[in-house]
Design a protein around this ligand. Structure first.
Ligand SMILES: Nc1ncnc2c1ncn2[C@@H]1O[C@H](COP(=O)(O)OP(=O)(O)OP(=O)(O)O)[C@@H](O)[C@H]1O
Length: 612
């Protein structure tokens, strides 16, 4: 760290070594094809029918749990209502094939379409809710759908729809055993492949930032609501496909397998297996299905009376898992397996598109009498200042003066209570922070905001989000590799710029505070900003690191970058900035050159806390 920061090389080529990086789910490279092969040839082996049936159940459950991994584990959106989407898929299959004598493949398309529509409507209503409202809404939706299925005459009420035909593929009858096993596992494996690809992509990184990094993601230009909706719909479609297959497996559909209790069981599978790991869904589904069957036989024998005692055991196990293994069983597997790194493959990638930079001296940001009230407290009171292209401006003031609030008003993180913010003549006050980011304003945060379980490189690549365009479908099909190469090349270039290229493979959460702050600067630079807002960038840095950071900022200024800097370290600010805005008690105390500010008795008094 010291070594690289001591000699920052702003435009240096990325370091020559190391040329590998850990890949999300790199293990799959070897394990996945072998596992896929094993599951697809299983029915051709002399395996008893009982185990084929178990394996079909596991594939069906894993499809639903996989959606929950994305939705709950990765995106942090808890849903108890996935069984209802399974029901939509299953009932559509049964209704189309039995009542309308239609094709099962048409039923699949219809079921998926119906699910997308339902999920879009439900998601649009519920996904803006936070805290416990979303899980409650999913329970309400799960209950409502189950009662609808159970009370509709044309859906057979509690008896459901009987006599679902078997599936035929190119004239071959799959039946409900070995043939269907192949189809179930083709769907399950394709879903796992697609989800793994998605998580290792531009939209995937956005989805991974939903759980703990929504403010940061928005500041990088990411629409968090849109990505929540995408994950919600995707999880629902996976559940509906499972339901469609389930109908041809059971040959009958009734409301009970789509109840809220089953929804909870799906969530249990995901949590038990490892709610943030694709393969945790498979492990969870397998453990629950296999243990459940054993317990259903064993417990009544032990207790001497019949009953669903396995539910009690699962309840106890769930509490134990949440307490002692909150990351699920898959993490125990992962720890015992060697981590496979992928070679960096982005050397020579074409540069990402860059914005036309403003001419030096052009008025960029005009902050006009901005005000922010928090209840009775006016945190920022009629503060005005201007930044021109190429300026390096400091914003200083004692604790609680309103500096970070001003930052948040400029970047759209907070709504204005009064005043206006203009960017190159355009009114931007009131725009969401992602729209402000799109216009070329990027920022870091006073309290570092990052995704700790992503590598430094992936965190920085988040900053390049707006400079790419690959969506979910292309990412799932792995058609996004060229753009990914360009994004990672840019992320590495920005890391090299702040002297951190040698740490790009580390998990961001393992970095000390100083390097985390630098990583945030690299991420902000990756957005290709015209104005960079840095909130206390030197906090937590050692003396040498501060000096090196000052060199980097000077270099950025020389390159034409405009900067606004909130900082407590006076020496750092005075030696670096052209102009300083001083705040106190939410108001602007003065504005001037570092020399003028240093000479001001008012400023001295503000910092010493005396009257002036
Ligand atoms: N979300 C909020 N709700 C209520 N009060 C807030 C909120 N955010 C900030 N404040 C208050 O507004 C005032 C200004 O806070 P702000 O964080 O902007 O100051 P600052 O100059 O950045 O301070 P520091 O240097 O300590 O970070 C403080 O009194 C703070 O308690």
């Amino acid at each position: 760290m010291d070594r690289s920061l001591a000699s920052p090389a702003p435009d240096a080529a990325p370091d020559a070594a190391p040329r590998v990086r850990p890949r999300a789910g790199g293990l799959q490279r070897f394990a996945f094809p072998l596992f896929a092969l094993a599951m697809l040839v299983l029915p051709t082996l002399p395996v008893p029918d009982f185990w084929i049936t178990q394996s079909i159940y596991i594939g069906l459950y894993a499809l639903v749990a996989l959606g929950l991994v994305l939705l709950t584990g990765v995106a942090g959106l808890t849903s108890f209502g996935q069984a209802a989407f399974v029901g939509v898929g299953a009932y559509t299959a049964a209704f189309v094939t039995v009542k309308l004598a239609g094709s099962p493949w048409v039923a699949l398309l219809l079921g998926a379409g119906l699910t997308v529509l339902t999920a879009l409507v439900l998601g649009a209503i519920t996904l803006r809710m936070s805290g416990h409202y979303l899980p409650l809404a999913t329970i309400a939706w799960g209950l409502a759908l189950n009662y609808t299925l159970a009370n509709m005459e044309w859906l057979g009420k509690y008896d459901g729809i009987l006599g679902v035909p078997t599936l035929k593929v190119f004239g071959a009858d799959l039946g409900s055993g070995r043939g269907l096993h192949v189809l179930v596992w083709i769907f399950a494996l394709l879903a796992a492949w697609g989800c793994s690809n998605l998580l290792d992509s531009r939209p995937g990184r956005a989805i991974r930032s939903l759980r703990n990094g929504a403010t940061m993601a928005e500041a990088m230009g990411i629409s968090t609501f849109r990505h929540k909706l995408v994950v919600f719909v995707l999880a629902a479609v996976l559940a509906a496909v499972s339901g469609w297959l389930f109908a041809f497996f059971q040959r009958t559909v009734q409301p009970s397998p789509f109840s809220i209790a089953k929804g909870i069981e799906y969530l249990f599978m995901a949590v038990l297996g490892g709610v943030s790991h694709v393969w945790g869904a498979f492990l969870g589904a397998a453990v629950v299905k296999l243990v459940e069957d054993q317990l259903q036989v064993l417990l009544p024998r032990l207790i001497g009376t019949s009953g669903n005692f396995e539910t009690i055991v699962f309840g106890i196990v769930l509490v134990a898992v949440l307490k002692y293994a909150p990351d699920g069983l898959w993490t125990f597997v992962l720890r015992r397996l060697p981590r496979i790194d992928r070679r960096c493959d982005w050397d020579g990638a074409a540069p990402l598109p860059a914005r036309a930079k403003p001419a030096r001296g052009e008025p960029l940001l005009q902050v006009e009498a901005v005000r922010k009230r928090f209840g009775g407290l006016t945190a920022v009171n009629d503060v005005s200042f201007e930044i021109r292209a190429g300026d390096l401006v400091g914003l200083i003031g004692p604790n609680g003066a309103g500096k970070s609030t001003t930052f948040n008003l400029v970047t759209g993180v907070l709504a204005l209570s009064g005043g206006q913010v203009r960017w190159r003549g355009e009114t931007i006050g009131g725009l969401p922070s992602r729209e402000i980011a799109r216009r070329g304003i990027s920022r870091t945060f006073q309290h570092v905001k990052m995704i700790p379980e992503m590598t430094v490189l992936e965190n920085v690549a988040l900053g390049g989000y707006l400079r790419g365009s690959c969506g979910t479908a292309r990412a799932m099909l792995r058609l996004d590799r060229e753009e990914e190469r360009r994004l990672f090349a840019e992320a590495e270039r920005q890391l090299a710029r702040i002297g951190m290229a040698d740490r790009m493979h580390e998990l961001a959460g393992n970095l000390a505070l100083g390097p985390q702050r630098l990583m945030e600067i690299a991420r902000a630079l990756c957005t290709d900003p015209a104005l960079l807002l840095l909130d206390e960038p030197a906090a937590g840095l050692r003396h040498k690191e501060k000096k090196a950071l000052a060199d980097v900022l000077r270099q950025l200024k020389d390159e034409g970058m405009s900067l606004l800097l909130v900082e407590h370290d006076m020496e750092f600010v005075m030696g670096l900035t052209d102009r300083i805005v001083v705040m106190e008690f939410g108001t602007k105390l003065m504005e001037g050159t570092p020399a003028e500010v240093q000479a001001s008795p008012q400023v001295r008094a503000a910092y010493l806390g005396t009257e002036h």
